[in-house]
Design a protein around this ligand. Structure first.
Ligand SMILES: Cc1cc2nc3c(=O)[nH]c(=O)nc-3n(C[C@H](O)[C@H](O)[C@H](O)COP(=O)(O)O)c2cc1C
Length: 178
């Protein structure tokens, strides 16, 4: 049975939720999947040989990614590249169809420019707007992004933009890469 490793970063839990859904979808399609927080993976170490496919997922924060993502891919490029591998990002601008493609999502393009690891498979996923849990200055920044992209600016807004059927389909796709 093919085994997939999903390493993720998640500030507010949404990317972790996506990783969990991917694991469920992979298991339902007859594979095995394990998820691990990337920070924990770095601390505890990863038994890379157990995994037929290595997947990384991270949210976009302030137009970029947590530095620990770049540190991790720089350090583990060889292990990631040794077998099939994939990367997905999560952002609120990806709720707009034109920005939900690899070519149209500038955060994905930014990742490809900055990362020494060039994943073999890429996926853009829309995330969650959750103004009430964000600090005022974070809320302000996202409200600004939303203003320019015709999204919600009401500070009480909580909207999950993730297409969960598409996430399930992505899980099945990942299994075919393993
Ligand atoms: C501090 C902060 C900065 C963010 N910056 C961006 C951004 O620049 N562009 C964007 O599309 N989404 C941005 N987002 C939205 C997140 O990518 C989205 O909420 C995602 O679902 C968060 O995933 P997580 O819960 O796994 O951390 C930001 C969110 C926060 C909290």
């Amino acid at each position: 049975m093919k085994c997939v490793l999903i390493l993720y970063l998640s500030r507010d839990g949404h990317t972790a939720r996506i990783a969990r859904a991917l694991c469920g979808s992979i298991a339902a399609a007859g594979g095995r999947a394990e998820m691990m927080d990337l920070v924990e993976a770095e601390r505890e170490g990863v038994d890379w040989a157990r995994y037929d496919l290595r997947v990384l997922g991270a949210p976009v924060l302030y137009g970029t990614y947590d530095k620990r993502l770049f540190d991790f891919v720089a350090k583990h490029k060889a292990e990631l590249d040794a077998r099939p591998n994939a990367f997905f990002n999560v952002s609120v601008v990806a709720r707009i169809p034109a920005k939900a493609t690899v070519e149209g999502n500038r955060y994905m393009q930014k990742f490809l420019q900055l990362s020494p690891w060039q994943p073999r498979d890429l996926k853009v996923i829309a995330g969650k707007v959750n103004y009430p849990v964000w600090a005022w200055y974070e809320r302000l920044m996202i409200q600004l992004i939303m203003k320019y992209t015709d999204g919600p600016t009401d500070p009480s807004t909580v909207i999950d933009y993730t297409d969960w059927d598409d996430v399930a389909a992505y899980g099945r796709h990942l299994l075919t890469l393993a």
